[in-house]
Design a protein around this ligand. Structure first.
Ligand code: HEC
Length: 130
């Protein structure tokens, strides 16, 4: 009987502390998620201030493992791509799709749709005279 009662008391004590603790944990998680979102880097580059390479670094994308700006490595140089698509009126949409979904030996899923659009735009804006 005694043991039983102590058992109950302990249970109550546990609940008394566990519930507020749980509430605090939940609040901390909600808070962490909120602040995470507010500091999250957007896929867009408002104002287009970043260079292609800076954007790739900022978004932590793997593009430079297979591409360089001018010369080909595993993938073609970005300026070579820009030159090839120079007179293609659908260059932006085509490149964005290829970057997002993959193309030939390049796997898809390396960048989001939004990132792919920014990347295609920056590739086509590369200065081909440099
Ligand atoms: C695993 C290596 C690899 C990575 C990582 C990679 N690429 Fe590629 N990429 C390739 C290869 C290989 C090709 C050539 C595909 C072909 O012609 O078969 C290519 C082609 C391209 C093309 C030309 C597509 C066309 O229509 O001609 C663009 C643009 C491009 N990549 C951009 C990117 C960007 C931007 C990233 C980063 C999000 C990226 N790539 C990441 C390997 C890669």
């Amino acid at each position: 009987m005694r043991t039983n009662q102590r058992g109950k008391t302990n249970m109550k004590a546990t609940l008394k502390y566990a519930l507020p603790a749980l509430a605090i944990i939940v609040l901390v998680i909600i808070w962490a998620n909120r602040s995470g979102k507010s500091t999250m880097i957007s896929a867009a580059d408002p104002g287009g201030k970043l260079s292609l390479v800076d954007y790739i670094h900022q978004q932590k994308l793997p593009c430079l493992q297979c591409h360089q700006l001018t010369t080909g490595s595993y993938g073609p140089g970005f300026k070579v791509v820009a030159r090839n698509y120079k007179s293609n009126s659908k260059a932006l949409a085509t490149l964005a799709t290829h970057i997002e979904k993959g193309y030939g030996f390049m796997p898809g899923g390396l960048a989001s749709k939004e990132q792919a659009e920014v990347l295609a735009d920056k590739i086509m804006k590369l200065n081909l005279n440099q």
